[in-house]
Design a protein around this ligand. Structure first.
Ligand code: HXC
Ligand code: NAP
Length: 286
């Protein structure tokens, strides 16, 4: 979507950058000229992705083992990135944990693990990188990946919904507070974009076939990874320099379809509308 070299020489850290949507966004960033640091817990996965991306696009892709729930691990990520590239321009908080479960079945540790990865992981990274940027008087951009149920809430993924809502509040709060330091904050709320990580935990086994998420989307399809990458690249690029504190939904209209009170009327067959119209018209003057 963006022209060649739109992200030239930007240094971008992506948490959870070895798999799924993090990998897809990273791939497009290097294609547009960025250098990358990809960080998560599984070093073998990160190394394979780093090799694939750096060979394809002749840019630097540095894999760094990091558990975002651990502040000292995040500080190590910052130090390793700055030692290698001299600076970091963009932090993309993408790492997440999630699984479906009735909430009453969760142990407090199960609740903790999701909140710790999603909300604590995001504030750990934001705080460590933010303090560094403020000290160095460096302009920067933070992009946070949330979900549409950050605004609506969702049954059966309650720790994730609570954590993503917290990430959205953090995004909007710091967009105002740290604007004076030249640090921009935005978020993306994706709808369904099939990835192994998400689908194995949210639609396990034959649930994939029983619950076709494409059917919930007015556009009747799930998202393509490149569509998300296009939006992310724009939001971390200088073309979006005046966008701050925004959350952009990319879901084919899915959450609005669930919200509109009469949206279910799409199930009414075309031929029934004549009868319905006549019935309603008969109420005139009553
Ligand atoms: C109930 C569960 C559980 C399950 C784990 N636990 N899975 N409880 N149902 N299915 C409990 C464990 O019993 C334990 O509690 C606690 O949670 C911690 O589990 P661990 O396995 O020790 O944790 P860990 O190895 O750190 O793994 C974290 C994880 C795992 C979140 C459970 O799934 C993971 O690593 N996920 C990372 C990737 C991911 O989730 N990607 C999907 C993002 S999708 P006890 O009490 O027994 O000690 C996404 C999409 C949103 O966010 C929107 C989609 C449309
Ligand atoms: P994914 O491939 O499972 O990505 C999650 C990533 O987070 C993994 O790379 C994982 O790597 C990393 N991670 C988990 N715990 C971590 C920790 N403690 N420290 C560091 N990294 C950790 O799933 P995805 O679908 O691409 O999700 C990416 C983002 O999009 C998430 O924020 C998710 O909530 C969001 N999202 C996805 C969808 C969708 O439809 N796919 C929809 C809405 C929002 P390790 O296991 O190596 O640590």
């Amino acid at each position: 979507m963006l022209k060649e070299d739109s992200l030239k020489d930007k240094v971008i850290v992506i948490t959870g950058g070895g798999t799924g949507l993090g990998k897809a966004m990273g791939k497009y960033f290097v294609e547009l000229g960025a250098d990358l640091i990809i960080a998560s817990r599984k070093m073998d996965v990160l190394e394979a992705t780093a090799k694939e991306l750096s060979e394809s696009y002749d840019r630097n892709v540095l894999p760094v083992q990091c558990d975002v729930t651990d502040y000292s691990s995040v500080e190590n990520l910052l130090k390793t990135s700055v030692d290698k590239f001299g600076r970091v321009d963009v932090l993309l908080n993408n790492a997440a944990g999630n699984f479906i479960s009735p909430t009453e079945r969760l142990s407090h540790r199960a609740f903790d693990i999701i909140i710790n990865i999603v909300l604590k992981g995001t504030y750990n990274c934001t705080l460590a990188f933010g303090k560094h940027w403020i000290k160095e008087k460096q302009k920067a951009t933070v992009l946070n990946i949330v979900t549409t149920y950050a605004f609506t809430g969702s049954a059966y993924v309650v720790p994730s919904a609570a954590a993503k809502a917290g990430v959205l509040a953090l995004t909007r709060s710091l967009a105002v507070e740290w604007a004076k330091y030249g640090i921009r904050f935005n978020a993306i709320a994706p709808g369904p974009f099939p990835t192994k990580g998400a689908w194995d935990r949210l639609l396990p086994g034959d649930m994939k076939d029983k619950f076709d998420l494409a059917k919930k989307v007015p556009l009747k399809r799930v998202g393509e990874h490149q569509e998300l990458a296009n939006l992310a690249a724009y939001l971390v690029s200088d073309f979006s320099a005046y966008i701050n504190g925004e959350v952009i939904t990319i879901d084919g209209g899915e959450w609005l379809k669930g919200a509109g009170q009469f949206n279910m009327l799409e199930m009414v067959p075309e031929e029934m509308w004549d009868i319905i119209e006549q019935t309603v018209r008969k109420t005139k003057g009553s």
